[in-house]
Design a protein around this ligand. Structure first.
Ligand SMILES: Cc1cc2nc3c(=O)[nH]c(=O)nc-3n(C[C@H](O)[C@H](O)[C@H](O)COP(=O)(O)OP(=O)(O)OC[C@H]3O[C@@H](n4cnc5c(N)ncnc54)[C@H](O)[C@@H]3O)c2cc1C
Length: 264
């Protein structure tokens, strides 16, 4: 079966073309083209857009805006995005990172979506032609939407307030057993005043560990004081099973790795 590729210079025209059945947006193609090569015949038309804003990175006044076509490699080499570099470098090996885009990562099913886990912890907003949607709501509705994502925007975290961890079995570029991102604000004496924790592989898409977030408030990051948060971390999870790890295993090791991240 043939696969047609159409290139548009504007997102508006591409969004219109995307409404035709059998049509899919092409980001870096690391998932879409692999699926086609493996025999997925559900897609007959691919759409791409050359609008320059999709590939732009802008950082100003503590805010970062990443065009949806920005690659993981571009993020990892941008000094102003240093707090995000570990999450960008967690995606595949160098060849994948050169192609893999921010937009594509938002749609990648678990065990993929490591960068999206970081964006969820950062409370990023996701831009389409229709406006901006908070990351959590975007993820919940991503299967229904067909609009092209144009950018993500978030407040740049201070390096000491943002933590990211990917656990894999094949180093350095294996896929995730799980990934965790945490944005923690603390007072001068180390008491947690706000916490956002996002988990990868604990559902089919990134999710928040809301009970653990709540259990951290008012506490310091010591082994004793984080214990209730670790117990609460499994609240509401439905981990995936794949050849890398079973759901049971992922659930068992989540508190261990969350504990390591919080104590690091
Ligand atoms: C060998 C290998 C290793 C990998 N390792 C990892 C890993 O460690 N961690 C990880 O997170 N991922 C991994 N991936 C998955 C994938 O490379 C990344 O998730 C990547 O970010 C997907 O982006 P893409 O641009 O290639 O997506 P594409 O393949 O182009 O698209 C994926 C999906 O997203 C949609 N899409 C893409 N961009 C947009 C947009 N702007 N608006 C609307 N829809 C859009 C497409 O229509 C498609 O449905 C791996 C993939 C491979 C093949």
């Amino acid at each position: 079966m043939s696969l047609a590729l159409q290139t548009f210079s504007t997102v508006k025209d591409a969004n219109a073309a995307l409404q035709v059945s059998g049509t899919l947006y092409l980001g870096g193609g690391t998932l879409v083209i692999r699926a086609a090569n493996e025999g997925d015949v559900s897609v007959s038309n691919l759409i791409r857009v050359t609008e320059p804003s999709l590939s732009a990175i802008s950082v100003s006044n503590g805010k970062a805006r990443l065009g949806a076509s920005v690659t993981m490699a571009a993020i990892a080499r941008q000094p102003e995005l240093a707090p995000l570099a570990p999450a960008a470098r967690a995606v595949g090996g160098p060849a994948i990172r050169n192609m893999a885009t921010v937009g594509g990562n938002l749609f990648a099913p678990a065990p993929y979506g490591d960068f999206a886990v970081a964006l969820l912890a950062l409370d990023a907003s996701v831009a389409t032609e229709d406006g901006e949607t908070p990351m959590e709501a975007f993820l919940a509705g991503r299967d229904a939407g067909r609009a092209i994502v144009t950018a993500v925007e978030f407040s740049l975290p201070r390096a000491e307030s943002f933590r990211f961890l990917k656990v894999s079995r094949v180093k350095p570029k294996g896929i995730s057993v799980l990934s965790i991102a945490a944005l923690l604000q603390r007072t001068a004496d180390g008491t947690v005043t706000s916490a956002r924790i996002a988990l990868g592989c604990m559902a089919d898409r990134p999710m928040r560990a809301k009970a653990a977030e709540k259990a951290l408030l008012g506490h310091k990051l010591t082994a004793e004081e984080i214990a209730p948060a670790l117990s609460a971390a499994s609240d509401g999870i439905a981990p995936i099973t794949d050849p890398i790890a079973s759901a049971w295993y992922r659930g068992q090791v989540l508190p261990v790795h969350l504990g390591r991240l919080l104590l690091s």
